[in-house]
Design a protein around this ligand. Sequence first.
Ligand code: DC
Length: 227
Amino acid sequence: MTAKMNCAPVVAIDGPSGSGKGTIALAVARQLGWHYLDSGALYRVIGYVAAKNNINLEDETELIGLADNLDIEFRNGSVWLCGEQIGDEIRTEEAGKRASMVAPIRSVREKLLIWQRSRAQSPGLVADGRDMGSVVFPNATCKIFLTAGAEARAQRRFRQLRDKGFDVNISQLFKEISERDARDANRVISPLKPAEDAVMLDTTNLNIEVVVSQVMTLVRSAIKQMT
Ligand code: DC
């Protein structure tokens, strides 16, 4: 992996699980014709590869090796690992839990930081995650932090996973999401928290089209100020 400065414009969209950031960020990237970075997928893929190879999630040396050799690409809204498309196996709540256990490891985050910054290429990048605006792209052109009530987020995740064909239970999902939020928010390094200059957007009662349109308005105004 090689380091590159963040010189193209970046839209950072952060928020907790189920806040809608993935769907919104992808739609915004498509409207702008910019690149898209799903940073959560990086942690999910490391957890997934570790599980496949029986690597203990506490074995930092092995996990750092995985992060250092991550041959991952985002194409047409899909994740590709070593040239092979990864399916929904990284989207389960179990995969999310593994990702959130890998995420507090400082050296893993440092490896991924370099990789993520190298994605800021022309004409621009829309990046979603937990620390896009606060740590990875502190100079982002536009920073948005999406929130939504825990119940609404659990409902969304429930529908999303059910539509992908997974057998899910709403109360179990609510419990898992709350545990993951607590783990992500309370870790020492890059905790889930809005950047000071992020615009907060509560999506609890908003549909996707409305959120995309509000985000696009914010992005266009930020781009205008830049020029
Ligand atoms: O956004 P997601 O649900 O795919 O993320 C999965 C986990 O990865 C999340 O619980 C915490 C971690 N993560 C992170 O620590 N930093 C990011 N920028 C994105 C995700």
